[in-house]
Ligand binder design. Structure first.
Ligand code: RIB
Ligand code: CA
Length: 323
């Protein structure tokens, strides 16, 4: 996955922080193979202005205020935003730790403009890592369709062969903007979908969280503070003793793609307003029939269907322990 001309893989993380977003950002920052060029923000777990404030604060916690943040979409491309999920991530999106205001400020260009500028300035070198709704990426494609030839995408979102989490049908990031997701999954770039098919197999247990609580880095301490609320939500919902690290799993794909099993399928998103809205539908390409019209002429997406979950967790803990 690393471009031959660069020693580090350059990434832009598009995020709606979010407790698991914070963990994913920290994992990327703790990974010497990756260079984080910027964070772009989007509505999702929280409203976009709070997403931007949180992104700035997270970079300050991590000691990386030099990394730019670009404020992004406040609403999906087709319909109004459904609203935040304080019952999952807290009123502040960060487990109700209520951090002091960030010192830094976002750039004076939009998230979509930042993505286009960076990709066109460094063609072939950047991987976009969206871990929220795909609105900014769709808007960037609208501004400059050629980015699809010059960037890769590894996204957290979707559910190919399993139920959803935001609804019985759909995963939250895709559910939040199905129209944008259908554009992004059909744009023809090198794109990998890291969805619930795998993130529901990557569980950081209470014992793992206790291990983080014993670490003495700023990022580990902060993680321990914010994760309790998110962990308790998961316990109340399903009785699990731990958390799904959805967004970190997309970053883990960049670091250890061999830990994942993938299939290549064209994927459509249900953009109707019925029960299935936001469901990602792969056409599994059965030998006995051609792709049906909605999937015809759609490029293949690399869809993660299996993962060595314990290996991903172990790697994440190792990275987090490094000071
Ligand atoms: O479905 C999981 C996704 O929804 C993650 O990105 C999480 O942060 C929430 O936005
Ligand atoms: Ca997220």
């Amino acid at each position: 996955m690393i471009h031959p001309m660069s020693t580090k893989q350059k990434i832009i993380i598009d995020t709606d922080p979010g407790v698991d977003d914070a963990m994913a950002i920290f994992l990327a920052l703790q990974s010497p193979e990756l260079e984080v060029l910027g964070l772009t923000t989007v509505f999702g777990n929280v409203e976009a202005p709070l997403a931007t404030a949180n992104a700035l604060r997270l970079l300050e916690v991590a000691g990386r205020p030099d990394i730019p943040v670009a404020h992004g979409a406040e609403n999906p491309v087709a319909v109004p935003y459904k609203g935040a999920v304080p019952f999952i991530h807290g009123d502040d999106g960060q487990g109700n730790v209520h951090l002091p205001p960030a010192q830094g400020k976002p750039l004076d260009i939009s998230a979509a403009q930042f993505i286009v500028e960076q990709v066109m300035r460094q063609p072939g070198e950047i991987t976009l890592v969206p871990i929220g709704p795909l609105t900014n990426v769709a808007l960037a494609l609208r501004l400059e369709p050629r980015i699809a030839h010059h960037a890769k995408v590894v996204l957290m979102g979707g559910n190919a062969l399993c139920p959803g989490n935001a609804s019985p049908a759909a995963e939250a990031n895709i559910y939040n903007d199905p129209e944008a997701a259908d554009v992004v999954l059909g744009a023809g770039w090198d794109i990998t979908m890291v969805g619930l098919d795998v993130t529901h197999k990557v569980c950081m247990t209470d014992a793992d969280l206790a291990q983080i609580a014993r670490m003495e880095t700023a990022m580990a301490r902060f993680t321990t503070a914010i994760v309790k609320f998110y962990r308790d939500f998961m316990f109340d919902r399903s009785g699990m003793g731990g958390i799904y690290v959805h967004d970190s799993t997309a970053v883990a794909y960049l670091l250890e793609p061999d830990a994942f099993e993938v299939q290549h399928w064209p994927v459509r998103v249900d953009t109707g307003y019925g029960l299935g809205r936001g469901k990602t539908w792969p056409d599994l390409g059965k030998a006995d029939r051609p792709h049906l019209p909605p999937w015809q002429n759609r490029p293949n997406v690399r869809v993660c269907v299996g993962v060595k979950g314990e290996r991903v967790v172990a790697m994440s803990l190792e990275r987090m322990a490094a000071s």
